[in-house]
Design a protein around this ligand. Structure first.
Ligand SMILES: *Cc1c(COP(=O)(O)O)cnc(C)c1O
Length: 453
């Protein structure tokens, strides 16, 4: 059967339930711990921070399928199913016998997969009768996705945006405001933790860890608000399983069996979602795949971090999570432009990696932008720098096939578009981008601050 350039599912072929990979994991991810007592967090302890149904999803290691609520499904239909694209042009450019597919999540205004979880989280907040939600955003994709979801459902949305991005990415900020969100540069004077961070580090341009602390404080001190997070958490991986389930259905439609599945990894949500049904089959022993996480060499949590309990935020107000981490004090070098800058990694993926069920590699940023440009020129799409980590790894695997003559099938996640990342592209084009890779001494600083559990 000829494989079309784009494989679309019909609406009636779209998945109607999210899949919870934890239900099939033999070794479950480690629980979140209360930072004071070091006991597993209970639902009632989490209730001041998160929405009730999301807490239930977060703590549920047993239920395999969660039906997608009708209202969320209807929203999905505005921009899903997303296409699974056969990268015929890239294959030709590489002269490879490999067959390359990518699942493209950039076809919505937020420009990334983050909308898949934003609408789910906003829906449960609305259902609980809340007035609004708070969150942090780094580069701005998550804040944009959440603003869109909140606008649709009539919820207030307050975004703490890492100050350096707030200043460098005014367009992202204005997209969020277009959707009605309030955007505050972080650290700010509007929270106690923001004031503390500013007094200790005057002039700081902020970090994701600081912005998380501020957003959590804002949620827990404002009546009718809860905090939502766009990555890392189990619930986010659950919602993102829509990516993997659609990919699985599209591949099945044409009898395609992948050999290698590749995704970029920041906090792990797109990768966790993409691989979910494939990892299920791998765990059950009914299929085998190579699964590869790709991270920046300048923020290498899987490849150079340690598997330990750590703080999720700089202000240390969040529960402790066991994950591959560089330490909550780790901040990538200032010239790092490729996103994926969180110090830790999803505890679900961390457990799978520790169990040897997936691989991880790190790639330097100039190589990532080279791959991005090569991809853009033949496939048309202008990829997000984050997504381009996966492109780089897919190209490398396809080039290996060219050497060996193997006709492997490679599937990778193309998480989004890079229209708001042109300053990074500019640096690359002007030869002003370099590859600062942290030394062991650099990493030792963050790792020395891990909590003792
Ligand atoms: C946020 C983001 C990522 C990384 O987040 P994960 O949770 O690791 O998936 C990757 N690509 C794009 C386009 C993003 O916006």
């Amino acid at each position: 059967m000829d494989i079309p350039y784009k494989i679309y599912l019909n609406e009636d072929e779209m998945p109607r339930a999210w899949y919870n990979l934890r239900a099939d994991m033999k070794n479950k991810p480690a629980p979140l711990l209360n930072p004071a007592t070091h006991e597993p967090m209970t639902a009632s302890e989490l209730a001041p921070v998160f929405c009730e149904e999301l807490i239930a999803q977060e703590l549920d290691n047993d239920t395999a399928y969660f039906p997608i609520p009708d209202e969320v499904f209807n929203f999905y239909k505005m921009y899903r199913p997303s296409p699974l694209v056969r990268a015929y042009c890239l294959e030709k450019e590489l002269g490879t016998p490999a067959k390359i597919y990518y699942k493209f999540e950039g076809n919505n205004t937020s420009g990334s997969h983050k909308l898949n979880s934003a609408i789910a989280q906003a829906y449960y907040a609305k259902k609980q009768g809340l007035k609004g939600v708070t969150t942090e955003t780094g580069a701005g994709q998550w804040g944009t996705a959440l603003s869109m979801a909140c606008a649709y459902l009539g919820l207030d949305c307050r975004v703490y945006m890492v100050k350096v991005s707030y200043e460098q990415k005014p367009f992202r900020r204005e997209v969020m405001r277009t959707y009605g969100a309030t955007v505050t540069p972080s650290p700010s004077m509007s929270t106690e933790i923001g004031k503390k961070i500013l007094s200790e580090h005057p002039g700081t341009t902020g970090s994701l860890g600081c912005a998380i602390s501020e957003a959590v404080e804002a949620a827990t001190t404002t009546e009718g608000y809860r905090y939502v997070l766009g990555s890392v958490l189990n619930q986010v991986l659950l919602h993102q399983s829509i990516i993997g389930l659609e990919t699985e259905a599209a591949l099945k439609k044409y009898g395609i069996k992948p050999d290698i599945i590749i995704g970029c990894a920041g906090g792990g949500s797109n990768l966790g979602g993409l691989i979910a049904p494939f990892m299920r089959d791998k765990i059950k022993g009914v299929a085998d795949y190579r699964i590869i996480a790709v991270e920046p060499a300048s923020c290498p949590s899987f490849t150079r971090g340690v598997y330990a309990y750590d703080f999720c935020d700089t202000g240390k107000v969040c529960p402790l999570a066991k994950m591959y981490t560089l330490g909550s004090g780790f901040i990538p070098a200032p010239n790092h432009a490729g996103g994926l800058r969180y110090h830790g990694m999803s505890s679900t993926l961390s457990q799978l990696y520790d169990d040897g069920l997936m691989e991880a590699i790190s790639v330097p940023q100039t190589e990532v932008f080279k791959a991005a440009e090569r991809f853009a020129r033949v496939e048309g799409i202008l990829p997000a720098p984050e997504s381009s980590h996966a492109i780089k790894a897919a190209i490398d695997e396809a080039e290996k096939c060219r050497e060996t003559g193997e006709e492997k099938t490679i599937v990778f996640g193309l998480t989004g578009t890079g229209y708001f990342d042109m300053v990074a592209y500019e640096k690359f084009h002007d030869g002003k981008m370099d590859d600062y890779i942290p030394t062991d001494e650099d990493l030792a600083v963050g790792l020395s601050q891990l909590p003792k559990i």
